[in-house]
Design a protein around this ligand. Structure first.
Ligand SMILES: Cc1cc2nc3c(=O)[nH]c(=O)nc-3n(C[C@H](O)[C@H](O)[C@H](O)COP(=O)(O)OP(=O)(O)OC[C@H]3O[C@@H](n4cnc5c(N)ncnc54)[C@H](O)[C@@H]3O)c2cc1C
Length: 371
């Protein structure tokens, strides 16, 4: 059978896209894994995005109402009455989306690894057997090491980081709060996160070195011997260009649609899947990138924040914590915070002359990165 669209990669973004396309096209999903899930991913998704994307509540494990930010020597808390983010079971999310897509008529090839194109067909390897899948349009939703991106000849100068995440048993007194720890003495590359699943279990991780994660666990008074799950993966911050070429496109991690501030990629990938679906349904695949402009702006902004973070010393971070932990700043952040739109909060902060003046005293380069 010749499909209209073959999606290579049945992760969250590929399965989501399959649902969006199912009503208009004959769709195939080619997934290398023998089952869904298993990828390193904390599974935190902003509640607003989760609801806007109409994702299944059944996959939600926990609801987060706020976050506690810790530096080396101080902390402050941002909280809201309303839930701000969900902690999601990735395997459940992917499987529910695949089941829904199949019910809409999408055909799945599980345990089938795409190895390249030959004469316009996708060559697929399943155990020791090779076969091909033919489609009019091919979408690479095959993650960070995208084979489709490679076949398209896309270029990148992105920053790639290894990430380590554990699920650990401990006491988490406030399971509706995530913790964000910024301590460059432990990790220069990224912050540490603690995302409780419940009062006795949390997902803890960072990007950078595994060693730093173990040091953090010790500091956080958690035992390496209480780890019940260990995962490693990677993220990339930056651009892969182009996202569409001829009858091929990339989406999700394959296109580096990842938030450089938090390394979250599920929501951005799915929003871009909407743009791609819309452009395909209208027969104008070239419009895809333009329709992702909002996400592109967020990624650009996130990259500036990342650059700024990398240039800060711990001493400067302490000063920034002092400013952001002030009552005025906390109130402002609580009013404007949006899990997937950090630019909104930063814009609000720099519009406050008092806060901006204090921040510029920490380092004038902040202005260059923020404005
Ligand atoms: C440690 C860590 C923590 C993270 N935490 C979060 C978080 O809390 N929230 C968040 O939003 N994001 C998080 N992310 C990022 C998130 O995991 C990704 O952005 C998300 O998985 C992107 O989804 P995707 O469908 O584009 O790609 P993937 O999830 O990578 O899915 C790609 C799919 O393609 C398949 N595939 C790959 N190659 C082939 C091939 N050749 N042929 C066929 N199939 C193929 C894979 O098996 C996989 O199923 C985290 C990442 C890491 C590393």
């Amino acid at each position: 059978m010749k499909y209209d669209v073959a999606i290579i990669g049945g992760g969250p973004v590929g399965n989501y896209l399959a649902n969006l396309l199912a009503r208009n096209f004959d769709v195939a999903v080619i997934e290398a894994g023998n089952s869904f899930g298993g990828k390193a991913c904390t599974g935190i998704i902003g509640k607003k995005s989760y609801d806007d994307l109409k994702l299944p509540k059944k996959a939600v494990l926990n609801t987060l109402r706020g976050a506690i930010f810790y530096s080396k020597i101080q902390s402050f808390e941002i909280k809201r009455a309303e839930p701000q983010a969900y902690l999601v079971d990735r395997k459940a999310l992917e499987k529910i989306l695949a089941e829904k897509a199949i019910k809409k008529g999408v055909e799945y090839f599980m345990g089938a690894r795409f190895v390249g194109f030959k004469k316009g067909r996708a060559i697929v390897q399943r155990f020791n057997r090779q076969f091909d899948v033919e489609a009019q349009f091919y979408v690479g939703a095959d993650g960070l090491r995208s084979k489709v991106a490679q076949e398209m000849g896309v270029k990148t100068k992105a920053e790639f980081l290894s990430g380590y995440e554990v699920e650990v048993v401990g006491e988490f007194e406030r399971p509706d709060f995530a913790e964000v720890w910024v301590n460059k003495e432990l990790n220069e590359d990224f912050f540490f996160w603690v995302a409780p699943v419940n009062e006795n279990l949390a997902r803890i991780g960072t990007f950078g070195s595994l060693d730093s994660l173990f040091k953090f666990l010790k500091m956080r008074m958690l035992k390496a011997e209480s780890i019940v799950e260990f995962k490693a993966g990677s993220v990339g911050f930056g651009w892969r260009k182009p996202w569409v070429k001829g009858n091929m496109a990339i989406v999700g991690d394959a296109a580096l649609q990842i938030k450089p501030t938090t390394a979250g990629g599920i929501a951005y990938g799915m929003f871009c899947a909407h743009a791609l679906a819309y452009s395909l349904i209208n027969g104008r695949p070239k419009d895809y990138e333009k329709l992702c402009n909002e996400i592109k702006k967020q990624i650009s902004f996130g990259m500036r924040i990342r650059k700024m973070f990398l240039g800060l010393t711990q001493e400067q971070i302490e000063k920034i914590f002092e400013i952001l932990g002030s009552r005025e700043a906390v109130e402002l952040i609580e009013r404007t915070a949006d899990f997937d739109d950090h630019a909104k909060t930063v814009k609000a902060i720099i519009k406050s002359p008092k806060l901006l003046a204090k921040l510029l005293k920490v380092s004038p380069m902040l202005l260059r990165h923020l404005v």
